[in-house]
Design a protein around this ligand. Structure first.
Ligand code: X90
Length: 276
């Protein structure tokens, strides 16, 4: 069996240690310039051009872009950003149907992460681990559905302008974040929609609120991925707070790629974590 794991670029997973993984870029558009969210993207340059742009937006991979990554594998897992906020899942599903019609013997499963960024990263790493362990396609497909019930996303953002501008969040929620120094804490609901948890002002209270939120959802020392937009210092504070409380917890820090950098905006933090 030739396994492959594929995701769109909202996963922030640039590569895995092995060659099983491929990524399909989303696109960020600043006025009439298109930035493909691939490994070559210069995120700083994109952010500069976005800050001067009158209009900006994003688009998801099309069917052909997904299809080109399927070639050469017979057991394929595709992981996409939440279908509630993007057409990525739908175009991957259509690509999979066409590919399967032409290649009836392949196994392909398209997974709606109902989330993005670090929670997708956890799903991808779990798939990778199960492939390494030698599980069958069907076992992996069943187990990953169970695993998804035990992962969560938290995000702490200072601005939701780009989400509001693109109709991805209602304007009442976006306005909360406008006030100076306020961070809003949001999560992905079980259906994969953006859900406001709370707003916080002080940095100290903010960190504790994040940990309290994780604990109240049932966090007890599982793997954590902290993805940030130009904010390694905050990411490290979150890492040490988690490790003070759960010394054995593996907490990995990763800079966001283009798509999450655009929507989470400068300074934004996304936390994906495993429940036990
Ligand atoms: O298809 C497209 O053009 C992509 C649209 C993506 C829109 C949402 C991106 C969210 C990025 C922001 C904070 C996390 C919110 C999570 C809610 C599920 C990250």
């Amino acid at each position: 069996m030739t396994f492959r794991i594929i995701s769109d670029s909202s996963s922030d997973v640039r590569n895995l240690d092995n060659k099983l993984y491929k990524q399909v870029p989303l696109t960020i558009i600043a006025d009439d310039v298109e930035y493909k969210d691939n490994q070559e993207l210069d995120i700083k340059k994109m952010q500069m051009s976005l800050s001067n742009a009158k209009n900006s937006g994003t688009s998801c991979p099309n069917i052909d872009e997904w299809m080109t990554t399927f070639e050469g594998a017979d057991s394929i897992f595709v992981v996409t950003i939440t279908s509630q906020l993007s057409g990525s899942y739908s175009s991957a599903v259509q690509a999979a149907e066409i590919f399967k019609e032409k290649n009836p013997n392949i196994n392909i499963k398209v997974i709606d992460s109902k989330s993005t960024g670090p929670e997708m990263g956890l799903i991808i790493e779990k798939l990778d681990q199960m492939i390494e362990e030698g599980l069958s396609f069907q076992e992996i497909a069943d187990n990953i559905t169970e695993y998804q019930k035990k992962t969560r996303l938290l995000a702490a953002l200072s601005s939701l302008d780009n989400m509001a501008k693109n109709g991805r969040v209602n304007s009442a929620i976006a306005k909360c974040a406008k006030l100076l120094n306020i961070k809003i804490i949001i999560t992905a609901s079980s259906e994969g929609k953006l859900e406001l948890i709370t707003k916080v002002r002080s940095q100290k209270k903010f960190l504790n609120t994040l940990l309290e939120q994780m604990n109240s959802n049932g966090y007890s020392g599982g793997k954590v991925k902290v993805n940030h937009v130009n904010n390694p210092i905050l990411a490290e504070s979150i890492q040490s707070l988690i490790n003070q409380n759960y010394p054995q917890a593996i907490v990995e820090i990763t800079p966001c790629q283009g798509l999450c950098s655009y929507y989470a905006e400068d300074g934004g933090i996304l936390i994906g974590y495993e429940l036990k």
